[in-house]
Design a protein. Structure first.
Lengths: 165, 90, 116
């Protein structure tokens, strides 16, 4: 589909960074306020779909191919499963450690000094163990997946040269 | 009125009666059956996981296996959509 | 009986969606009916999590009473159900685009009757 007029393109240029920053805020503070990986990923994908509507699908497909989006989505999935398996593999590092699948191994210990506090009341962002890292992995997966769906469906219905059968 | 239309209307009426009868016999709105699991999760979220949000700690820590299944469903859907619109380069 | 209004709203959504799936002929209207049934089931799941006069299950600074919060487990199940609904809707719409390119019509009673 073709792009829209010059007024729509100018307003999209102004509104696009604001939507991206709001979506990344919702993903990063998933353990303190309502939100998390899936909700923030949907907000950022909506901002990218606004970009697709304003500039046309032919121009957007020239900038971003679907192969790069598929690599990003696979990176998010591998990160999520890797963090789940590290709960078991930590048994080989510390001898007095009991591990399950999906264990929260970064909390209540002081050998790895990141994300291991517990805050009562107004908590900081470096609490809650392995949950913020999982939020980032799932958020990346949802952003790449939803944008790839919308881009492929919009490019397949362009009007010039549609072949029947 | 062909036979297909009559069968469809009878099926719709049966499902409607079943659902309305079930909705009027539910327990009253606002008094759920509080189990021990929900009260344990609300009391021990800040101590065991360190997060302030109970829903996030249920999704990623106490019941992370369901989130793994949901991520697999999303991955399969994206793979299916890209597969349908593949262009074979000649 | 006036206290059961959310359950009656759930039943109304499911029945309207079921009517659109059975009695309509356009393919897009059938897909809209499936989405309405999905929304009705999500509303039912989140109705089961309410206590009388409660707030959201998130701890604030001081003055958060752990006896006054909603149950958090049905919230998590509703999140999963919404994401699965989005995935199924994307696949259905892609198949509709492919059918339209092949048959050039969207009427259910004119598709798939070829004798080859």
């Amino acid at each position: 589909m073709s792009g829209m007029s010059r007024i729509v393109k100018t307003v999209t240029n102004v509104a696009f960074p604001i939507v991206m920053i709001y979506g990344l805020y919702v993903i990063a503070h998933g353990h303190l306020t309502p939100g998390g990986g899936f909700q923030g990923g949907a907000v950022v994908a909506s901002g990218l779909a606004m970009l697709l509507v304003a500039y046309g699908s032919v121009w957007t497909m020239g900038k971003v191919k679907e192969k790069q989006l598929s690599v990003l989505e696979s990176l998010g999935a591998i990160g999520f499963i890797g963090l789940a398996f590290l709960g078991i593999l930590m048994v080989f590092v510390y001898t007095s450690f009991q591990g399950n699948f999906f264990n929260n191994f970064l909390i209540n210990q002081d050998k790895i000094p990141i994300f291991n506090e517990i805050g009562e009341g107004f908590a900081n962002i470096n609490t809650a163990g392995v949950i913020p890292l999982m939020n980032f992995a799932v958020g990346l997966k949802v952003i790449a997946g939803l944008f790839a769906i919308v881009l492929v469906m919009a490019y397949a219905t362009r009007l010039k040269g549609v072949k029947q059968k | 009125m062909s036979t297909r239309n009559i069968v469809a209307v009878i099926f719709f009426v049966i499902v409607a009666v079943f659902l309305v009868f079930g909705a009027l016999m539910m327990h009253p709105f606002g008094e759920p059956e509080v189990t021990d699991m929900d009260q344990y999760i609300i009391d021990n979220t800040q101590g065991e996981t360190g997060a302030d949000n109970s829903v996030t700690s249920v999704v990623f820590d106490y019941r992370g296996f369901d989130t793994l299944g949901e991520a697999t469903v999303l991955f399969t859907a994206v793979a299916g959509v890209i597969l349908i619109f593949r262009r074979l380069k000649k | 009986m006036i206290y059961n209004i959310p359950y009656i709203a759930v039943v109304a959504l499911i029945l309207i969606g079921l009517y659109a799936v059975i009695f309509k002929r356009n393919l897009i209207k059938i897909v809209i009916g499936i989405t309405l049934i999905e929304s009705g089931v999500n509303l039912f799941l989140i109705t089961l999590a309410f206590r009388e006069g409660s707030i959201a299950p998130i701890y604030r600074g001081s003055g958060s009473n752990p006896l006054n919060m909603s149950l958090p487990v049905p919230h998590a199940l509703t999140l999963t159900s919404i994401v699965i609904g989005v995935a199924v809707l994307a696949l259905m719409l892609s198949l509709i685009i492919h059918i339209y390119k092949h048959y050039n019509t969207l009427d259910v009673s004119k598709i798939g009757r070829e004798k080859e």
